[in-house]
Design a binder for this molecule. Sequence first.
Ligand code: NDP
Length: 240
Amino acid sequence: MGRIALVTGGTRGIGESISVMLKAHGYNVIANYAGNDQAAQEFTERTGIRTSKFDVSDFESVAKSINDIESEIGPIDILVNNAGITRDGTMHRMDFEKWNAVIQTNLSSCFNTSRAVIEGMRERAFGRIVNIGSVNGQAGQYGQVNYAAAKSGIHGFTKALAQEGAAKGITVNAIAPGYVETDMVRAVPEDVLAKIVRTIPVGRLGQPEDIASSVLFLVADEAGFVTGSTLSINGGQHMY
Ligand code: NDP
């Protein structure tokens, strides 16, 4: 059996595709999710991938769950911080709850999970961490001060942790997807989405596999010289 990979938010959307692609390439995948038990059950029936239910924004719960996974299955060599939510609203309408939920789920989660695996990775002198950011963390987005701040934070987090891990065989990279066709994007009104697609040079929304294939590249043993980088995968919408 291959290296053990934990994919947060790994049961739906981009995360599902990452879980499936890693499994297809021999990794031993555990897909985390928050609360949608039905989606998780259907995911396991479809893919045969085991799941682990915990809230990535809850430090204690993450620490306990990762400890349980490592005791039961073995050390986590690969961590994909993919879980994320949106709670959009312009600044003058945004309440603290929306701000905090997005910061905790999208950004603090990266601290919570990475903290739980980093010591083991350092001891074993191997680790791969991939954080899913967003084009909206690079460019900002109207109605998303919370999401843009969290995703922008992920890019800084990635570069700092990459520096700490480099001499220990741990690479840390980020992916900044553009608009990818998942439930998150299907929630955007159709006319707004049509306008967005017109700004994407390749002329379509991304598919979850467009992101998963880059995760596969970044977590490989052979990718040890790639660290602290951000891959912008957005159909040419923004060329950073
Ligand atoms: P989806 O909404 O399709 O899926 C989200 C997944 O994250 C689900 O498995 C969900 O679990 C899980 N999740 C949500 N909150 C938590 C939590 N607190 N703890 C654990 N798991 C949680 O999202 P996408 O696939 O669209 O997005 C995946 C990532 O990609 C996110 O970080 C998003 O910000 C980023 N991204 C997405 C883009 C897009 O266009 N779709 C563009 C740029 C970035 P459950 O099923 O239990 O709810």
